[in-house]
Design a protein around this ligand. Structure first.
Ligand code: MV4
Length: 479
């Protein structure tokens, strides 16, 4: 593999190119008209404009990306996350054009993209699943009987959904039919596929995911778990590895289950198997994400691997040389997603210009960034600016360093989720490790953030005053 094209933008495009360069592989960036001056364009060896700002006219144009790849003699395409990364048709188009798609084969993407097909596929592998139906519901009275057997509340999920899209809680049997009707028509509208199924609703779960890596010769390893329960409306905010609640035995069990999920679909490359973990530490398979994830750096840090390097190696046919028994967890890593969103105003995108943009630096701090000072933040894409990742020998150290690094950011021009990240890191429930997916809903409100900012401003003012008075003393000493 001599040259790869990165079909993405922002921090992940740069992150992939960094590893490609390390491996001596040439890089091609693609960009939209809104991203002409973006860092990922400058960072690449070659760059090609593929269309206007809207994603469906640029970063989602698989046909154009293939065309560019052919004319520049690209060997492989790395899709990053989002955009075309889980588009089975695009992976197939790459296969048909003899360009390596750096990811699983299109078949695995297609199976895991359908939640019902995924359940069907993993069934033979003894993977724990939430009680529910495993076929699309066509007979509503029959489904209602099943719901009564399972016990309310239940959850209706769209087969073509995922990541929380197309879900509906049904509290009791009285509302079953109406919710079912709505769920089906919603699914039809949103995904063009009205297939829905039901599951018992797990009320206070943690969201634990396992990173896996597979080569094309049937070897599959796992790189431990990530705890992703700190999320807001299905948008993860803080992720960490390892989880504060897994025992080595449970980790081993979940790791093996994840490996089996990968085996069930002949998976190749990096993938993530999502589980729910209930209060009694029972785990249930939810879905598999067939791409590199935003939060992959926390796994890289504790496992001591470069996941993009492994992706490229297995894509070009190398054997995985890592052995499961040689892998172990070292220390603790945390990631905060820094969004240009206003935590005081319902996390509305805060568009504008990055008048000041200075990033924290130092030992055990990693910032995966896609922006630079002076840039406008385009309104067309996800408003994530960068990811702040910190590491420590212990969870406490990683948290303390996260707070320090948050304070070392200097951003003017837009509001960001940095103060919200500090709120999470300072919260007792987070620090104790005793939290679930309802953390934000349960504990966060803008007024609490205001209070915290106020206290911090007061402390800062007091420190400044003390300095001032001390300086005055010094100045008053006569010569
Ligand atoms: C669930 C659940 C409770 N019970 N399934 C949301 C994302 C999608 N992957 C599945 N999700 C959930 N499925 C059952 N049977 C609760 C969620 C859920 C959730 C899961 C992970 C992380 C955050 C979440 C927030 C709300 C709901």
């Amino acid at each position: 593999m001599k040259k790869i094209l990165i079909a993405n933008r922002g921090e992940i495009a740069i992150r992939v190119m960094r590893t490609a360069k390390k491996m001596g592989i040439k890089t091609v960036a693609v960009f939209s008209e809104a991203d002409r001056n973006s860092p990922h364009v400058k960072y690449a060896d070659q760059a090609v404009c593929i269309g206007p700002a809207p994603s469906n006219e640029s970063y989602l144009r698989g046909d154009k990306i293939i065309e560019v790849s052919k004319s520049l003699h690209v060997d492989g395409i790395h899709p990053g996350y989002g955009f075309l990364s889980e588009n089975a048709d695009f992976a197939e188009l790459c296969e048909a054009n003899d360009i390596l798609f750096i990811g699983p084969r299109s078949k695995a993407i297609r199976v895991m993209g359908s939640k019902l097909a995924a359940k069907e596929t993993v069934k033979a592998y003894n993977i724990p699943m939430v009680p529910g139906t495993d076929e699309a519901i066509t007979d509503i009275p029959k489904a209602k009987k099943i719901a009564e057997d399972i016990g309310f509340p239940i959850l209706i999920k769209a087969s073509a959904g995922g990541g929380g899209k197309g879900m509906r809680i049904v509290e009791n049997e009285a509302e079953f039919e109406s919710q079912m009707d709505r769920a089906i028509s919603e699914a039809k509208n949103a995904f063009g596929d009205g297939s829905v199924f039901i599951e018992k609703y797990v009320a206070s779960p943690r969201h634990i995911e396992i990173q896996i890596m597979a080569d094309m010769y049937g070897k599959v390893i796992h790189l431990f778990e990530r705890e992703c329960s700190i999320q807001r409306r299905h948008q993860k905010v803080v992720e960490e590895a390892p989880s504060a609640v897994l025992t080595p035995e449970l980790r081993e069990k979940m790791g093996q289950a994840a490996i089996n999920v990968a085996r069930s679909c002949d998976y190749i490359g990096a993938g993530t198997v999502e589980f729910l973990l209930d209060e009694n530490l029972n785990f249930y398979f939810l879905e598999m994400n067939t791409r590199l994830q935003v939060e992959h750096p926390v796994s890289e840090w504790i496992a001591g691997v470069d996941l993009v390097e492994l992706q490229i190696k297995v894509a070009r046919g190398e054997h995985l040389s890592l052995k499961q028994e040689d892998l172990k967890i070292n220390g603790h890593a945390l990631e905060l997603r820094v969004y240009a969103e206003d935590p005081m105003n319902d996390f509305l995108p805060s568009v504008g210009n990055l008048d000041v943009y200075k990033l924290p630096e130092g030992k055990n701090i990693r910032v995966d960034n896609g922006f630079e000072q002076g840039m406008d933040i385009p309104i067309y894409y996800d408003p994530m600016l960068s990811k702040l990742i910190t590491y420590g020998d212990t969870r406490e150290e990683a948290i303390e360093l996260m707070i320090k690094a948050i304070n070392d950011y200097e951003i003017k021009g837009v509001e960001t989720t940095l103060p919200f990240g500090r709120f999470v890191c300072e919260h007792d429930a987070f620090r104790s490790g005793d939290f679930d997916t309802h953390f934000v809903k349960k504990y966060y409100s803008p007024s609490l953030l205001e209070k915290q900012e106020h206290i911090e401003a007061e402390i800062a003012a007091k420190i400044a005053l003390k300095h001032y008075l001390e300086e005055q003393k010094i100045l008053r000493i006569p010569n």
